[in-house]
Design a protein around this ligand. Structure first.
Ligand code: NAI
Ligand code: MG
Length: 366
């Protein structure tokens, strides 16, 4: 039966790069006979302008009804001074919360043609292909007690609490182990069990789950500070890294810079499998709405296109189509085409549309 896809382009460069995904979908329809049941709607500043809210309940319902959501980005300087409930960014926060998206998947993959764009030496990152799985709805960003208190002596203290329950740890570890089975079959679990009780429990729960259900996957453990060091020293030692909210926030940003450009990086956020075996999922580039280049036709559409490839792989199990899109992207880069953000000497600078068209041309050759 036809897969239901909700498309939310959002603000800034969002709609521009989403048009290039539409080009890929047109190719899938033409060349592979694959069609989706597509709904498109407004979020962020685009929704505020028309409906007065960053996201309507109707859109949240559409997201629930869809098999997957492809998101662009939200954020518009026009609304920067609006009240906190009228910020475009609320749209993505609300979607994550309403769909219960607890696992954030951030691949850091270095395309051969871009190995020299990394902040590290090309020989350290060439062939890099890691996946960081970050828990996103628990941990220190949400734990109670929290707040700022005034003490009897008039000084104040800020409080946040790292809390993880066994089900919270188990469900995100499960995502990591399942992913590893589709990749290089290795998981590294990251915490700070040397100084944190929540880390001690994390390690214990991951170890138990592994022994019970995932003994075929190779499991290692690493302290978070060492992991930061290892990611810079020898990032290729990792396949899947699974970690909590705070460490995952830092480590995934660190890992993304190993690959060079923001315009190349996709992501996914997954929720819990429901009674019908469906898993809510949202796919988006890690970059924002890039207001500085919006409307100029310069944005790199590859992160959005690669987010769509992730969607095909993880939500629709269309492994072959996902791999074809990724290969087409690699070939376009190997041919020397570059948007300004990934420009290097001797390469041809192209805009958003030419890049999207080039991916389709490569798809036609596969
Ligand atoms: P940003 O990621 O939008 O831009 C940072 C820099 O990278 C800019 O110079 C931009 O031109 C460049 N860049 C980003 N994506 C690019 C692409 N595809 N091709 C070429 N260049 C690209 O981050 P910034 O400037 O901090 O935030 C802008 C707006 O986006 C803000 O309103 C922010 O809140 C929002 N934002 C939204 C996110 C989301 O929707 N999930 C995530 C991050 C930021
Ligand atoms: Mg971040």
């Amino acid at each position: 039966e036809t897969k239901k896809l909700l498309i939310l382009p959002g603000d800034g460069i969002g709609p521009e790069i989403m048009r290039e995904v539409a080009r890929i979908m047109a190719w899938m329809s033409r060349a592979r006979g694959i069609n989706f049941d597509i709904t498109e709607d407004l979020v962020g500043g685009a929704s505020l302008a028309v409906h007065g809210v960053p996201i309507r309940q109707e859109v949240i319902d559409e997201a629930r009804a869809a098999d997957a959501v492809l998101f662009g980005s939200v954020g518009d300087p026009k609304w920067a001074s609006a009240g906190f409930d009228r910020r475009p960014e609320i749209a993505i926060l609300k979607l994550r919360q309403e769909l219960g998206l607890f696992a954030n998947l951030r691949p850091a993959k270095v395309f051969d043609a871009l190995a020299d764009a990394s902040t590290l030496k090309p020989e350290v990152v060439r062939g890099l292909d890691i996946m960081i799985v970050r828990e996103t709805v628990g941990g220190i960003y949400f734990g109670e007690p929290r707040g700022i208190e005034t003490l009897p002596d008039g000084s104040r203290r800020g409080i946040n609490t790292e809390v993880y329950t066994t089900p919270e740890i188990e469900r995100v570890a499960r995502v990591a182990f399942d992913l590893a089975r589709k990749r290089d079959n290795r998981v590294c679990s990251v915490e700070k069990c040397n100084v944190m009780e929540s880390g001690l429990l994390w390690k214990e729960v991951v170890t138990d789950l592994h022994a019970r259900e995932y003994a075929d996957v190779e499991l290692t453990h690493m302290l978070a500070d060492n992991c930061a060091m290892q990611l810079v020293r020898n990032p290729r030692q990792f396949d899947v890294i699974v970690t909590g909210n705070l460490f995952g926030d830092l480590l995934s940003d660190l890992a993304s810079m190993l690959t060079g450009s923001l315009g190349m990086l996709p992501s996914a956020t997954l929720g819990a499998v429901d009674a019908n075996g469906r898993r809510p999922a949202l796919y988006e580039p890690i970059h924002g709405s890039a207001p500085d280049i919006a409307g100029k036709g310069q944005a790199n559409p590859l992160a959005q296109i690669l987010s769509f490839a992730m969607l095909l792989r993880y939500s629709f199990n269309m492994l072959e189509d996902a791999a074809m899109i990724e290969t087409a992207v690699a070939n376009v880069l190997a041919n020397g085409l570059r948007t300004p953000d990934i420009m290097s000497p001797g390469m041809a600078v192209v805009g958003t549309e030419v890049m999207g068209e080039a991916v389709v041309r490569e798809l036609d050759k596969l």
